[in-house]
Design a protein around this ligand. Structure first.
Ligand SMILES: Cc1ncc(COP(=O)(O)O)c(C=O)c1O
Length: 400
């Protein structure tokens, strides 16, 4: 039998689509795989590359999900989402004085990623120019290319604030859309209400759509309040808001996100969902209702802990010669500048992983101009942060 199989010549025709040329492997996952290989060989690895909370999903949310399964909520749901979750999303915005109609302006999706993809698919045409405020999460570029549109980077200022001049310069040409992400992955930088107003005014004057990814909106520090694009564009004339449960409620694996937009955009997205994923997982949507309507104290606890970690990691970076690190206002990332080391971000990331077991994401993944940067996620414990940083503080000066 074995002999028979091994002597068979298997020849597949190549049925890979041309679209696949535009879908590269994820930069973060590549480092993660490398790290796993080293770990299997017994090396201690400090994981600073992972972009997900290190907390478990709060108990009340997990229980609501389990209860929904035992009650038999295991069938398809309306493509738009279950009414109680649409209502809970509506109410969560109403409690912030933002008026939306959950039954018209919201779609629930399997993760914010899916909301983004549906948003792009329903709004962008082949050849469209789409601006990104860089550094930017790599998934945006890949998705934009997947729908055959063209990502164009507009760099933020070195202190991670909006470069209004650069943005105005970029929209002098015709653009179809702008993607903003505040707080930002990878820099942790934020856009202020004034920035959002400037962006919305430009969108009105120059007729482009703003995709506002607000998934980290609750993870903000020092009392900063993140403005939603909905506050600036309450009629959703030029905006599609992307949000989700992964970061705020430590629910990455549950896959639950949503988009808020005008009726036409959302009904287009509902059509895509009907014909692709059908709906977000039924019982996960019930867990989402509990997340939004139940006890919110876990958010505050997480934010307080993240702020401690942020302060510590930034302080430790700024003690290392040749590294510049801004203390950012949101998310759970820092994006230090290693220009003085004169190495590409991929070389530096691989070097520190192999030599001292510190795993990070190369800055080049977030834009060509960021090849001197590395992204560190501090969604890992304080002792891990301190140990990993101690290793870095010993090793980095040997490279100068
Ligand atoms: C900026 C940004 N948007 C969206 C997502 C994806 O969220 P979800 O898990 O809901 O798909 C991530 C995850 O890393 C992210 O960093």
């Amino acid at each position: 039998m074995n002999l028979f199989w091994s002597s068979m010549v298997v020849s597949y025709m190549d049925w890979t689509s041309h679209t696949m040329e535009r879908i590269p492997e994820s930069g973060t996952l590549r480092m993660f795989d490398l790290a796993k290989k080293l770990e299997r060989n017994g090396k201690k690895i400090y994981h600073f590359e992972v972009g997900q909370p290190d907390y478990p999903t709060p108990d009340n949310i997990a229980k609501a999900g389990i209860e929904a399964i035992t009650k038999g909520f295991t069938r398809y749901t309306p493509a738009r989402g279950i009414p109680p979750l649409l209502d809970a999303i509506e109410d969560s915005y109403k409690s912030r004085n933002i008026d939306i109609d959950g039954s018209k302006h919201v779609i629930v999706t399997p993760g914010a990623k899916m909301a983004l993809f549906q948003g792009f698919l329903s709004s962008l045409d082949a050849g469209d120019d789409v601006l990104l405020l860089a550094p930017a999460w790599p998934t945006y570029r890949v998705m934009i290319r997947t729908v055959n549109a063209k990502p164009v980077d507009v760099c933020m200022k070195p202190d991670h604030t909006l470069n209004e001049e650069a943005l105005k310069h970029a929209i002098a040409r015709t653009v179809s859309a702008l993607i903003i992400n505040t707080p930002n992955n990878p820099s942790g930088g934020v856009l202020t209400k004034e920035d959002m107003k400037v962006i919305h005014d430009l969108a009105m004057d120059h007729d482009f759509v703003v995709f506002s990814d607000e998934i980290y909106e609750m993870l903000v520090y020092e009392g900063f309040k993140q403005t939603s694009m909905l506050e600036v564009d309450p009629n959703l004339e030029r905006s599609l808001i992307i949000n989700g449960f992964s970061k705020t409620y430590a629910m990455t694996g549950w896959r639950l996100g949503y988009a808020i937009g005008n009726e036409e955009t959302i009904s287009n997205m509902v059509r895509i969902q009907q014909n692709t994923t059908s709906c977000a997982t039924s019982f996960v949507q019930y867990a989402g209702v509990e997340a939004l309507t139940g006890d919110q104290s876990s958010i505050e606890r997480m934010v307080q802990e993240y702020q401690k970690r942020r302060d510590e990691i930034t302080r430790l970076f700024n003690n290392i010669e040749g590294v510049g690190c801004i203390n950012p206002m949101g998310a759970f990332y820092v994006f230090p500048d290693f220009s003085e080391y004169g190495l590409s971000s991929t070389t530096l990331a691989e070097l520190i992983l192999k030599k001292i077991g510190v795993c990070t994401t190369p800055g080049v993944a977030f834009g060509a101009k960021y090849d001197n940067f590395l992204r560190f996620s501090y969604a890992t414990s304080l002792p891990e942060i301190r140990e990993g940083m101690e290793k870095l503080a010993e090793f980095l000066p040997t490279l100068l």
